[in-house]
Write a protein that binds this ligand. Structure first.
Ligand code: SAM
Ligand code: SF4
Length: 349
């Protein structure tokens, strides 16, 4: 972990990283950083094989930021011009007080978008109150429509609960709905076809994700990756040619296509075979209070220690903007460098 003292301003740092007129924060490569992914907990009600070990040990709750500490950090991010937030986990819906957290974020100055990534299990109950609190959209993970395969991937999940969650999200207006599947060799590589077929009749975006390697789970993840190219070949062989959308421009991290005559679209997220670092506009706040500058690099800024030592909002603002200035250009998966200090459920995706 990077220590606080490492964040003394580098010689080339301009006097002002936050432009008062536009309230924009940039990194040293000129990327405008305005999107925060907030992991609310490392806990989860599933144990997906590509995400965490079955015997996962979670952090004691006193190591996680309290609501009060979280709000303090979020207020600083807002002052730095952050306008887009995504709640994640672990599983964000198992965090107590989720609805109030959403309400708080939605009411921050500058907030333009509040979304959440969830496994959907608790959405049947939570979709309406979350929408009323200001949540705009959800991405729901569903790796297979086949109940047996879904259970094998998640270790005990029931896909019917996810389908009920999708329905509730749609009813509550948490739209446009995006669905995510991580594709894993030997588990669900054949399911890309039935999952892609959902877009024929629904205005959903189905996003297929290449599995990324992290720490203890890396060996399994590297052995079971299915590339975007292979997923596309499987889909096109059954469902017809994928037609590029948005003139080939990325939608966030996804390259988007449409099947002939489909109501919805299909996105591919290819962090391993086609990194999108040049357009990265985000940083991540982990549930235990570190600011992670790149999903796939270990460099982090500890915010919990200064918070618990009584740092002021100005102190935090200086620390965070200096850290963002040092956000790495990109990851080094291509050179075999794997993030080792956390697994995916401790970062949030
Ligand atoms: N629990 C929620 C869920 O599953 O949607 C949110 C947290 S989960 C860590 C966020 C996203 O990361 C999910 O879409 C999940 O499928 C994806 N994910 C988890 N482990 C991954 C890995 N090793 N590589 C790529 N994506 C992964
Ligand atoms: Fe839980 Fe999401 Fe990880 Fe699956 S991917 S174990 S649902 S945090």
């Amino acid at each position: 972990m990077l220590s606080l003292t490492e964040f003394a301003p580098p010689a080339s740092r301009p006097d002002r990283l936050v432009e008062p007129a536009a309230t924009k924060t940039y990194d040293a490569f000129g990327r405008h950083i305005h999107y925060l992914r907030v992991s609310l907990t490392d806990r989860c009600n599933l144990r997906c094989v590509y995400c965490m070990p079955e015997q996962m040990v979670f952090r004691p709750s006193e190591e996680l930021l309290t609501d009060h500490e979280l709000f303090k950090v979020l207020e600083v991010m807002s002052a730095l011009g952050f306008d887009k937030y995504r709640l994640t986990g672990g599983e964000p819906t198992v965090r107590p007080g989720l609805v109030e957290i959403v309400r708080h974020i939605a009411s921050l100055p500058n907030t333009r978008e509040v979304a959440m990534t969830t496994n959907g299990l608790k959405l049947a109950r939570l979709a309406q109150p979350l929408k009323a609190a200001g949540l705009q959209r959800v991405n729901i993970s569903i790796d297979s429509l086949n109940p047996d395969k879904f259970r094998r991937i998640t270790r005990w999940g029931d896909v019917r609960d996810v389908l009920a969650g999708i329905e509730a999200a749609e009813r509550a207006g948490l739209t446009p709905i995006k669905l995510n599947a991580v594709v894993i060799r030997g588990f669900n590589e054949e399911d890309v076809v039935p999952l892609a077929r959902l877009t024929l009749d629904h205005e959903w975006q189905f996003r297929f994700i290449e599995v990324m390697p992290f720490a203890d789970v890396a060996e399994f993840q590297q052995a079971s990756i299915v590339t975007t190219r292979e997923m596309m070949t499987r889909i096109e062989a059954e469902l017809g040619e994928l037609q590029e959308e948005n003139g080939g421009q990325l939608d966030g991290e996804a390259k988007v296509y449409r099947l002939p005559g489909a109501r919805g679209t299909i996105g591919f997220i290819s962090p391993v075979t086609a990194p999108f670092c040049a357009s990265c506009n985000r940083v991540r706040l982990t549930a235990d209070g570190t600011l992670r500058l790149c999903l796939l690099k270990d460099g982090e800024l500890d915010l919990k220690t200064p918070l618990r030592r009584g740092a002021s909002q100005d102190d935090l603002l200086d620390l965070i903007r200096a850290a963002i200035w040092r956000k790495p250009w990109g990851h080094d998966l291509a050179h075999g460098v794997i993030p080792m200090n956390r697994i995916m459920s401790e970062i949030g995706g």
